[in-house]
Ligand binder design. Structure first.
Ligand code: CA
Length: 236
């Protein structure tokens, strides 16, 4: 079983197959996880079921149009602030204006250079998800350092296995958010993993044991019938 790394997930909605393949290849080489949709209806559904960290959206699509997809995702709580880059053809000035007024954050005109697209993506991700690019995640006396892969609590170093490290990192990225076991399996072990959900309990158990010694407060919350989360009240 391969551990899925902490890579930003991008959904690329583009019906020109050659362009979609080229962009996907290059973005994956830059360290992004890319999912594709070539039809507006598929994109709409994917945005509801499993929203990415950033959306690249072609305007002219079969099925639901780019503008309509953008309008709908902005109306949903889960994707209200999702970063969106629209792809437009040269000469579609009106579309661009409409796109930006519908809620796209940025646009790029075809044909574009991949480095330019990557720069736009990174800029948007930095603005929207600073925790994705932060070197350290800090909550109270707990510090997780991504650069050195070390964790300290009140100055004491905590030695975690790779799965527990990734689990803590994932939970600390969104304090207060509760994840189901299935969501954690997806995020930590990857979509294709065929692992029993109880595996999550085992690793959360190990993580807790390493994090808390003596009477230290447990920063991990168990929400009955729901799952696990990092206590947003911890350290406050
Ligand atoms: Ca198109």
């Amino acid at each position: 079983m391969a551990l899925s790394e902490n890579k930003p997930r991008i959904l690329l909605v583009e019906d020109e197959e050659a362009l979609a393949t080229l962009v996907t290849y290059n973005l994956e080489a830059e360290g992004f996880v890319v999912e594709q949709a070539a039809h507006g209806d598929d994109a709409d559904l994917m945005l509801i079921e499993n929203p990415p960290d950033l959306l690249i959206l072609d305007w002219m699509l079969p099925g639901v149009s780019g503008i309509e997809i953008c309008r709908r995702l902005r109306a949903r709580e889960q994707t209200k602030t999702l970063p969106v880059i629209m792809l437009t053809a040269r000469g579609q000035e009106d579309e661009r204006v409409r796109g930006l007024s519908t809620g796209a954050d940025d646009y790029i005109v075809k044909p574009f250079s991949v480095p330019e697209l990557v720069a736009r993506i990174r800029a948007l991700l930095r603005r929207s998800k600073p925790e994705r690019v932060a070197d350290q995640l800090i909550a109270g006396d707990l510090v997780l350092d991504r650069e050195t892969r070390r964790i300290h609590r009140a100055g004491r170093e905590i030695d975690l296995g790779p799965t527990e490290f990734r689990l803590l990192e994932h939970l600390m990225e969104k304090p207060g958010r509760v994840y189901t076991r299935a969501q954690l399996l997806d995020a930590i072990w990857g979509m294709s993993a065929e692992i029993d959900e109880r595996t999550v309990d085992v690793h959360v158990g190990r993580l807790r044991k390493e994090l808390t010694t003596g009477r230290e407060i447990d920063p991990i919350r168990t929400v009955r019938g729901a799952g696990y989360g990092f206590d947003d009240a911890y350290g406050k």
